[in-house]
Design a protein around this ligand. Structure first.
Ligand code: M6R
Length: 606
């Protein structure tokens, strides 16, 4: 999705902004641009393609000035091109924007009738036109921005500069934006990793906040100009955490970080000896009254919900309904006032998940977020939040967020189980003992990554893969197939293994390799029968299981052994080789692993 950065300080803005844009690249984009206030006017450069293309175009140009805005664009309205790239300048007003202006056609029409001409196909261009209109009518800069914003419907985070002015104005509604507070400088950014190398003090803006930075000072107002107070928060992430640290791709680094990410997510929350789980500031309503739990999310986070459902229903005996957020928000689900609604998101900025949360809040229910990004919209606006302490996830394909989300579901299941009296201290202690072993088990899997790379390299020429799993590992294979398709562009489908004979078996021949995840649980034998059916039809089989099977081994093409754990925790281990397999196939095929085509890291539009 689009990314915004702005700098207002004493140093040269150009290099600081280009560096910040590079840190925003992971969000996915198709063009980039920069605007620097220089000698009384704002100078702009834009390029279709990568930030490096923009840099090549400007590195030898005179771009001096200590105030500027920059942007990476992910096309929504108008094809990726230099003409549609941001910043957009109209008269003396320059704007960068993330989000979608829903009423732009109507505004454009009325602005055209006032004699204004448009040079791009974007929705954004109406914003500088509106501001200029109000300036022409006698408003000052700040008032003109406020009046323009009041005309907009939709979502936006914007940064605005004016020729001949030292003032930078930013505002947000339903798209993420924060202010970085540094020494003698302020920055604005779509997210913290973009500017974490300069400061770790942030103001996470709320909807309808307007920020005015001028003369080395910053203030925040609402859309009517009334002063608003926002707290400065310190985040613990460091610049190094958002860098590749010697790995070829962020995704590979993040896969290998999973033992640490898990450990950090557990720290301070589990009390093994007491058989207890502790969460701070959840403020949960009376849990004995909960009759149903909802788990709502998108993409990988939704797969974590499917796993959460499996473990909650098995252990708590409470019905759980899982929903894809984009469906939930429109289907008017039948919610009871005592239901618990859990919303899951790595970024905390996914538009559909935030909209689902708002629907639930409108109906007066308690909302609990499981989120990775401190200060994100979802984490701030939900009644309670449990953070996954996975650290910044930069690769577009989610990995460590997924495994830490499952670990949070597991701890929450134990926490609720104890509060509701269905689990006692001994049950919790036994479960925690298994949970604590996971970082060590993942490290063991990662040590065998060469074996997975070999399988990946030998099979990456196939155009299709079928993934099979059952029970709690059905979501694991859904996630494994998602990983493969999003980064390698190989078509992959996942089925509950028992469903194979109801349709997908028709696809099986020597050109359809099958990835099977099946630990030796109650359905293992049944899955082995499915494998036999595949082999009879000349399909290749790669089996991921938790102890070597001397009967199956000679029949399948490869067996990969995953350490044993309890049922509820299996997905945390079995997803790791599938993440690696997708990564190695994509890497050897030469795709853009960290920023796969057409994808964005945070999907901040509907
Ligand atoms: O930030 P979120 O967890 O809310 O993001 C949800 C999905 O957009 C995300 O998981 C997406 O599916 C990833 N590309 C998966 O790797």
């Amino acid at each position: 999705m689009c990314g915004i950065v702005g700098y207002h300080g004493r140093e040269g803005a150009r290099d600081i902004l280009i560096d910040a844009l590079r840190r925003l690249e992971y969000r996915g984009y198709d063009s980039a641009g920069i605007a620097i206030s220089q000698d009384g006017s704002v100078k702009i450069a834009r390029k279709q393609g990568k930030v490096s293309d923009l840099w090549n175009a400007i590195c030898n140009e005179n771009f001096e000035g200590s105030m500027g805005l920059a942007h990476t664009r992910w096309a929504t309205h108008g094809v990726p091109s230099e003409r549609n790239a941001h910043p957009h300048k109209v008269g003396d007003i320059t704007v960068v924007h993330n989000g979608i202006i829903e009423n732009y056609l109507e505004l454009k029409e009325s602005l055209k009738q006032d004699g204004r001409t448009f040079v791009s196909d974007t929705d954004t261009e109406v914003i500088p036109h509106l501001i200029v209109n109000y300036l022409d009518k006698g408003s000052d800069f700040e008032e003109a921005v406020r009046l323009a914003l009041k005309r907009l419907k939709g979502s936006y985070a914007i940064g605005v500069m004016r020729d001949g002015s030292d003032t930078m104005i930013a505002a947000k509604k339903e798209s993420p934006l924060l202010v970085g507070v540094g020494k003698d400088e302020f920055m604005i950014a779509s997210d913290a990793p973009a500017i974490i190398n300069r400061t770790n003090s942030f103001i996470f803006l709320e909807d309808n906040d307007i920020v005015i930075i001028t003369n080395g000072e910053m203030r925040i107002t609402d859309f009517d100009g009334a002063a608003v107070n926002r707290e400065i928060k310190t985040v613990q992430w460091t610049g190094a955490m958002a860098e590749k640290g010697g790995y070829r791709h962020f995704m590979l680094k993040e896969i290998f970080e999973q033992p640490r990410a898990l450990t950090e997510t557990l720290i301070g929350r589990i009390r093994e000896e007491e058989g207890d789980v502790v969460f701070e500031d959840l403020n949960l309503p009376d849990v004995s009254k909960i009759r149903k739990i909802w788990m709502v999310a998108c993409g990988t986070s939704y797969h974590a919900c499917l796993i959460g459902k499996n473990m909650f229903e098995a252990n708590l005996r409470i019905p759980v309904e899982t929903d894809i957020a984009s469906e939930f928000r429109y289907r008017d689900p039948i919610l009871d006032k005592d239901d618990l609604v859990i919303l899951v998101s790595q970024s905390g900025e996914t538009a559909d998940t935030i909209a689902a949360m708002k629907e639930v809040k409108k109906k007066g229910l308690y909302t609990l977020a499981i989120c990775n990004v401190l200060g994100s919209t979802l984490s701030r606006d939900s009644h309670g939040v449990i953070y996954t302490h996975a650290g910044p996830e930069i690769g577009v394909a989610s990995t460590k967020a997924f495994t830490t989300q499952i670990s949070v579901f597991f701890m929450l299941m134990l926490y609720l189980g104890k509060l509701r009296g269905v689990l006692d201290g001994d049950d919790v202690r036994r479960h925690l003992t298994e949970l604590k072993k996971l970082p060590h088990h993942i490290t063991a899997i990662l040590k065998s990554s060469a074996a997975i790379e070999e399988i990946a390299q030998a099979n990456m020429h196939y155009g299709h893969f079928l993934y099979l799993g059952r029970g709690i590992n059905f979501p694991t294979v859904l996630e494994g197939a998602l990983k493969l398709k999003e980064i390698s562009y190989i078509h992959a489908e996942a089925y509950a293994a028992g469903e194979m004979k109801h349709g997908p078996i028709a696809l099986i021949d020597e050109n359809m390799p099958i990835v099977v995840v099946s630990p030796k649980d109650q359905t293992y034998k049944k899955t082995c029968s499915n494998i036999e059916e595949v082999i009879t039809r000349r399909g290749k089989v790669f089996l991921f299981t938790d102890s070597f099977d001397h009967d199956m081994a000679p029949k399948v093409n490869a067996v990969f052994v995953i350490p044993e754990t309890i049922y509820e925790l299996q997905p945390i281990l079995s997803i790791v080789p599938l993440q690696l397999m997708a990564y190695y196939m994509a890497n050897h095929l030469g795709t853009d692993v960290d920023q796969p085509r057409n994808l964005a890291k945070s999907v901040t539009v509907e």
